[in-house]
Design a protein. Structure first.
Lengths: 205, 205
DNA sequence: GCAGTGACGATATTGTTAAGTCGTCACCAA
DNA sequence: TTGGTGACGACTTAACAATATCGTCACTGC
């Protein structure tokens, strides 16, 4: 039986292990309640009923635990986005809903789980693996949307695919980056609609 | 004779005053060399040969001095951009060169005057007046470019002007925001070309 | 081999104290 | 009135010592 894929960097030891799951759950609760900085590894150990040394058999560092929680948050966001991509509507419609969904997911994290939002900010600004994986997944989804639209005849094909994808990825930044999103929460609805509209107009055959 | 317009917030006393000019020059040199935080008002006073109390007759706070220097930096950037806008070429050509020029100006500041770059970062992230003025100037230039292109028949007119301008302003963010620009200096040429291309395709009649 | 830990070195953080900095007040000289 | 300042209160920062935290080592029990 193959090992389960690890969702984040810095993990070691057996992938499918009851203690690992317990550590992640304890970390999730503590980070939501107290924040990453205010939570010590000793706090997690105590909550589970084991030693800090044993926690380090599963995670190479406290940051690795943070990565795991951060990966879960970002995975929730990409899951919402993949649900939109999987809907049986036109590529244009899915792209049009992608922008506000992305921004809304980030805004939800900001308003409802501020301390987890702070971990995501750290992951993105300090280039944690979870942050770079998230960016790669967004790129992958963008590319899939553009290819699907081209194959359906909805989008133009003249411009090189890489150039189009690079440009669209850049337009996502203001809504994907947690710190930038923080600064524009009051205009995000109009901004995402305007940018999605602009991108769609640029893709017309 | 009317008073000279003040370039930044937080200034007081006579606008055209030798001491004010001296303070600004001393601040410019010190901020370039030591940075904003490392420079004290006492440093500036000593360099000019007057007291800190007298400096506060011209500036309401140390931040106000920082605003003045920051406004000069950002004014240099907008001057470069306005030079592009003033050229006798098509609106499309000017818009195409606007993006790389914006990013290049920011990159120049980052590489050549790192400590002034840091002040600009503070101005933008802490919503100093200089930062918000800069953003307003960028918006104004974008609007002018779009209107000029529409009047010349180069750009489509069907989409509401405000929506188009809002979207284009959003696409500028990754290149205009000093912290975001810091993170993408190695791909900025390709990124600005791709985004400018996308915006231009969206504007075709 | 798996599950687990106490002790400990290295480093970071916290709290306290002293020093530095910001910005104002009340004043002076010409 | 203009040009200018020393003194000072309020606040921030730096230095330092004590304490806390991170992460590893060498070990134990089953």
């Amino acid at each position: 039986m193959t090992a389960l894929p690890r969702p984040a960097a810095g993990q070691r030891g057996p992938a499918d292990h009851e203690r690992r799951a317990q550590i992640v759950e304890a970390a999730d609760q503590h980070f939501r309640h107290y924040g990453f900085q205010k939570t010590t590894v000793a706090d997690l150990a105590k909550a589970i009923g084991l030693s800090t040394a044993y926690i380090y058999k599963f995670f190479s560092s406290k940051q690795a635990i943070g990565e795991a929680i951060c990966a879960r948050c970002l995975s929730e966001i990409t899951t919402r986005l993949r649900a939109i991509m999987a809907e049986p509507t036109s590529a244009a419609d899915r792209l049009r809903r992608f922008y506000p969904a992305l921004a809304q997911a980030g805004a939800d994290l900001f308003f409802q789980e501020r301390r987890l939002h702070d971990i995501v900010v750290t992951a993105v600004t300090e280039n944690w693996h979870a942050g770079t994986t998230y960016e790669a997944e967004l790129r992958d989804m963008v590319r899939t949307l553009v290819i699907t639209g081209r194959e359906a005849g909805e989008f133009e094909r003249e411009t090189p695919l890489d150039e189009v994808c690079l440009a669209i990825e850049e337009t996502l930044w203001p809504f994907a980056h947690p710190l930038m999103l923080e600064e524009k929460l009051d205009t995000v609805d109009a901004a995402t609609a305007a940018v999605a509209g602009l991108v769609l107009r640029s893709l017309r055959p």
